[in-house]
Design a protein around this ligand. Structure first.
Ligand SMILES: [Zn+2]
Length: 279
């Protein structure tokens, strides 16, 4: 019996081998990203690019899987690296932990060499950049997001979604999954940001949002399952999966490429257009 024997029963030997050979980029190693890293490591992925500039804070201990109170102040990419190495055991692993903003040139270049990217971030600026990177470089990109709205101490809206962006298919702009005002704010330089904030053009910027580990886990599990569908071929991956936490429902949706969508017009295979976002 090998550690993968029960997965091979489900995914086949070829499917398992495919998963093992992939180089996976994960952007954001907080609640969502830590679950994704953990699941991919158990699934047999051994080659990772991990991108997150932040350290673990006290307020993250409720949802970064693998984290302990001793990790406060430690880089999130280092906590994820430790989790992956712990799971891999004696298997050789290649992990490149980049504690940088994803718009850093080294991060963008490293991500452009991945076979697949997971976006586990909560802002639409980096989401827009990853969307364009995926379409331009032809890298499948799983974008995960969640939200919980609380009114008068009661949850009135909660859920999340996973969108698979590919070169041929619709992107996040086609699916209207990017708030362009929020993205413009995120990608602006500090002086522009200050003016935008003072004028109240962007709400929710840099404000802590409600979060629950179980919702992160569901969304990350959907992303990991669609990843398996894409690479092992047990079925076609769902392009958009929406989870409604209040109704307990998972809805698969499909979208079309919108004619004139700007992210489909850049020269394919060139990082140059992406570098205009670099900092
Ligand atoms: Zn598009």
């Amino acid at each position: 019996m090998s550690r993968d024997s029960r997965q091979i029963l489900a995914l086949g030997k070829d499917g398992q081998e495919k998963v093992k050979k992939l180089k996976v980029g994960i952007v954001g190693l907080g609640g969502l990203g830590s679950h994704v890293a953990q699941q991919l490591a158990y699934l047999g992925v051994r080659n990772f690019i991990l991108v997150d500039p932040d350290s673990v804070g006290e307020e993250n201990l409720n949802r970064i899987v693998g984290s302990t109170p001793e990790d406060v102040g430690r880089l999130k990419v280092e906590v994820a690296r430790r989790t992956i190495i712990g799971i891999a055991g004696t298997d050789p692993v290649s992990i490149n932990p980049l504690n940088r903003d994803m718009r850093n040139r080294e991060a963008l270049t490293s991500l452009s060499g991945c076979d697949v990217i997971f976006g586990c971030i909560d802002r639409d600026g980096p989401r827009l950049v990853l969307n364009e990177l995926a379409v331009t470089m032809g890298i499948p990109y799983f974008d995960s997001a969640f939200g919980i709205t609380v009114d008068n101490g009661k949850i009135v809206e909660a859920g999340g979604r996973v969108v698979l962006v590919s070169q041929e298919g619709p992107c996040l702009l086609c699916c209207k999954e990017i708030d362009c005002d929020e993205a413009a704010y995120d990608l602006a330089d500090p002086s522009e940001k200050k003016v935008t904030l003072e004028r109240g053009y962007v709400s929710g910027a840099e404000i802590q949002q409600p979060s629950i580990v179980s919702l992160d886990g569901i969304i990350a599990s959907i992303a990991s399952t669609e990843f398996l569908a894409l690479f092992t071929g047990f079925r076609h991956p769902v392009q958009c999966s929406y989870y409604d936490m209040l109704r307990g429902e998972l809805l698969p949706l499909s979208n079309r490429v919108i004619k004139g969508c700007i992210h489909h017009v850049f020269e394919k295979g060139s990082l140059q257009s992406i570098f205009r976002y670099s900092i």
